[in-house]
Design a protein around this ligand. Sequence first.
Ligand code: NAP
Length: 480
Amino acid sequence: MRHSRAMAIPHMAYVDGRWVDQPRKFAVRDPFDRALIAEVADASDELVDAAVEAAARAFPAWRAVPGPGRGKLLGELGRRMLADERRLAELCTRENGKTTAEAIAEVRYAASFLTWFAGEAERIYGETIPASHPGQRITVVREPVGPCALITPWNFPYAMLTRKLGAALAAGCTVVAKPAEQTPLGALALAELCDEVGVPAGVVNIVPSSEGVRTGPRLIAAPQIRKVSFTGSTAVGRGILRACADDLKRVSLELGGNAPFVVFADADLDAAVRGAMVAKFRNAGQSCVGANRFIVEQPIAERFTAALVAQVAALRTGRGSEPGVDLGPVIDDAAVAKIARLVDDAIARGARLLHGAPPDGTSRVVAPIVLAGVTPEMAVWREEIFGPVVTLRTARDEADAIAQANDTDAGLVAYVYTRDGARQIRVADALEVGMIGLNEGLVSTAQAPFGGVKHSGLGREGSRHGLDDYTNLKYTAARS
Ligand code: NAP
């Protein structure tokens, strides 16, 4: 079926360069007021299979396109995203709820992965290795792994996809992407732009679905799929790793976090509060790199807490598209219920409510909450909150702060505020995470290798390392 941009909201699957409708649809609703945005084609098993077939058919020709040619298309795609940023941001605010400013920032961040990997596509270098036998030469090349399955969450509908898509396409892989049920529209809007810039049919396929538990495993199990890249919850990620074991498929997992935000007594207080506001409240707290646990050295605890509460009290909540709003709604009722459960549990166990109140379930707009006197037994400290809730504990000293920071299964990111150079090195070395924000509340950028250790995942996205997971090394030992 042909598709035209006059159709403001994309709502069909994109398979083999065509827009495909399905008899079954699912509703995509505005998280703020539950208003219907679109009825989207719900991919059947047959359509998932067709998308995999298309990706497999397109692979030989796509991998044969020279790197600069693939890079040129990616660069064009990135520029088209930026040229269309208002429309794309509006769509993002509607389906995800985030504020207009956050949505524009996301579109720019998402486009940056395309332009970054456009450059990297020209630099997929091999190497020559000195051999141990006379007359022998060892040459190493990097080859694309093959058709890839990309499975993404709802919290950054564009960026979580382009971080994978950019690397996959640069490497010469073709893809079938399954966006989250709540936010398929951004991925479909991106497919429109792929179509417009001339990405060949079958290289990018998007299968929206209301049942990730059905379409995800079907996609992953397809024999033509040689690699799975997943961003989402740790529980689903574990299942994907198991599902890929029998066929020994390559797997990259970007999973949940439980980030500590450590403030030492020598920190620049204003900078720490500024960083805390970004690290905690971006996307209404629904970010895998969101600060989850604030650990503040005792001498500065009172001043830091007072300054933070003052900033939190100034936050304005509401519909993401309203001017001046800082926090939009959280994604759905389950998210509200989870936040309520965590906050209720903390208060019942003795935490002090310094600001806000537990959500009562009448709205998806959750006003910011600050809890002090949190203890390690509380669920709010142990679980990823994914909402606008600050949890505060004090630390006796550096060793205590490090021990508290590392006391979690997650290992995605940690934030540290200190002006002491020697301490910066000691603490950075001791933290069990993949990323550190040192006097910095926002670590994510296309140039850096994003990813975690422990239960936060496997592999890295972004940077030159982002290509590693989409390439196989092949060497030739040649004798003259
Ligand atoms: P989720 O429930 O794990 O869902 C993520 C994706 O997986 C969705 O597309 C979902 O489809 C699909 N899915 C569900 N069950 C599946 C299965 N059995 N097999 C294959 N795919 C399946 O995660 P979420 O709640 O949407 O996202 C929030 C989580 O993502 C948080 O834990 C957050 O920390 C993490 N996250 C991590 C990063 C990172 O880079 N480390 C970045 C962003 C978010 P449906 O929507 O249809 O269920």
